[in-house]
Ligand binder design. Structure first.
Ligand code: KIV
Ligand code: ZN
Length: 510
């Protein structure tokens, strides 16, 4: 492997899942992990197994089922954490234990209440202990960028001696600036005599909006692994955005002279999947994957692009899997054309998935004259990449307006039976959700609600992403329809289905 190779370590499922309001179930995490494998990242950090039974189950499932990338599990530098992580990742094709301990004086004094000597020996002990299980051990010096460089250099040297194969230097609080962070990485090369025995990694947070710039400065100065998350999600302001790092290294390859091994055509799909399953929308002006990233609004720009794309475009949308055409299929399109089109969009659906998607497409095509690529992508998220529907909406009637009490009648299919209920509420969506509660006997509270038009026009598909609290836990819900009230109720029912599904899984076989 060339010395210029940069390893992409994706932490969407661990640091990314620490984003406020994000809570993914095992199936959703698996779906994202499979997509990350298709994208071709080198490492998937699947979670923090000791954090909760759900985290453990997801890491274990990913380790068992996802092939290709290294599967890493995070743990603090204690035997109990390391044991639990190993238990979760042991069946991975290529497992990695990722253990971390803070090295900055601020963390030592206030959080750990430990001396430098104690931290040094704990770090070494943890790596040695992890090494008994796994040949691939990553050590992260939490808050590295605010640590005393001589102490940090000492810790790095000793953990490498103890067997760490990767040493990660996070800018945990997003405090660094690029020139300084680049210098910091270079200094570590100068101060740590055995640094060439491990891969040096960077992990930058975006509190000052510089996570990607800092990561790239780290790469220029010798880092060979970069940790990042899809759409830049993560703790607080998030992590360095994976798609931005990838496209910077690709588009400016003559400058960086680094190699990555990625299926670029999967980038947009990966972003869409993560945004859809986490409920964290991508801002329209977001680099690479935002809705406007390739849109030219000004007349002068449009004219230039029509004459020669390179006048105003530095990357091609097709490279990241975004198709330029929007009009695609209509209600007369057959299953074969649909299947071919889905393949062109990059979705290799099996026969069952194709059935589900085609049926949903026909329903939408009946209501909408033109079904766009964006509609089709949303439809796959909604119908194919979702958990089984215990409760299925078959009928919705709402009545609301000025000076009338909003009322709703709802019918839900459960197995082969249909159940009906009516309720009033603060608004038509609230009334419909209350009617759903009466049928399911599951009572949710909608905490957060976002409506997004998937395509343009009066008949655009509306996608509602909501967060519903049920029994004190948050569930993300998605719903898709040309009718926004229906989309909202579907998103509520989707969250109820997730709750039900999770309960069934914990209950085990009847
Ligand atoms: O930001 C950080 O320091 C981390 C470590 C656990 C790697 O996420
Ligand atoms: Zn982090």
């Amino acid at each position: 492997m060339s010395g210029n190779r940069i390893y992409l370590f994706d932490t969407t499922l661990r640091d990314g899942e620490q984003s406020p309001g994000v809570s993914l179930n095992v199936e959703e995490k698996l779906e994202i992990a499979h997509q990350l494998a298709r994208l071709g990242v080198d490492v998937i950090e699947a979670g923090f197994p000791i954090a909760s039974p759900g985290d453990f189950a997801a890491v274990e499932a990913i380790a068992r089922q996802v092939r290709g990338p290294i599967i890493a599990g995070l743990c603090r530098a204690t035997r109990q954490d390391i044991d639990r992580t190993w238990e979760a990742i042991r069946e991975a094709e290529s497992p990695r234990i990722h253990t971390f301990l803070a090295t900055s004086d601020i963390h030592l004094q206030y959080k750990l209440q430990k001396s430098r000597e104690e931290v040094l020996s704990q770090a070494v002990e943890a790596v040695k202990y992890a090494k008994k299980y796994c040949s691939d051990v990553e050590f992260s010096a939490e808050d590295a960028s605010r640590s005393d460089v001589d102490f940090l250099a000492q810790v790095i040297e000793k953990v490498i001696d103890a067997g760490a194969t990767v040493v990660n230097l996070p800018d945990t609080v997003g405090y660094a600036v690029p020139e300084e962070f680049g210098r910091f990485i270079r200094t570590m090369y100068e101060k740590v005599p055995n640094i060439d025995k491990a891969i040096l990694s960077v992990h930058c947070h975006d509190d000052l909006g510089m996570a990607v710039a800092n990561s790239l400065a780290g790469i220029i100065n010798g880092a060979r692994q970069v940790e990042c998350a899809v759409n830049g999600i993560g703790e607080r302001a998030g992590n360095a955005a994976l798609e931005e790092i990838i496209m910077a290294l690709y588009t400016r390859r003559a400058f960086y002279e680094k190699e990555i091994n990625i299926n670029y055509g999967e980038l947009f799909r990966t972003s869409r999947l993560v945004s859809s399953l986490t409920g964290m929308r991508v801002q329209p002006n977001k680099a690479i994957v935002g809705k406007n990233a390739f849109a030219h609004e000004s007349g002068i720009h449009q004219d230039g692009v029509l004459k020669e794309r390179s006048t105003y475009e530095i990357m091609s949308p097709e490279l990241i899997g975004l198709s330029r055409g929007s009009l695609v299929l209509g209600k007369h399109s057959g299953r074969h054309a649909f299947k071919e089109h889905m393949i062109e969009l990059g979705y290799q659906l099996n026969e069952d998935e194709l059935d589900l998607a085609f049926r949903a497409f026909k329903e939408i095509a009946d209501k909408k004259k033109e079904v766009t690529n964006d509609d089709l992508v949303a439809l796959v998220m909604d119908k194919v990449w979702s958990i089984p529907e215990r409760f299925k909406l078959t009928y919705l009637h709402v009545s609301s307006g000025t000076n009338i009490v909003p009322t709703a009648t709802v019918k839900l299919a459960i197995d082969d039976m249909t159940f009906e209920a009516a309720a009033t509420g603060d608004g038509p969506v609230d009334a419909a959700c209350r009617a759903v509660d009466k049928i399911t006997d599951i009572y949710g509270r909608m905490l957060d609600y976002k409506l997004n038009a998937v395509s343009s026009g009066k008949d655009a598909l509306g996608e509602v992403v909501s967060h519903i609290e049920i029994n004190g836990k948050l569930y993300g819900g998605r719903g898709l329809s040309t009718d926004i009230i229906e989309a909202s109720v579907k998103s509520y029912i989707n969250a109820i289905n997730k709750f039900y599904y999770e309960k069934q899984q914990h209950a085990g076989p009847a």
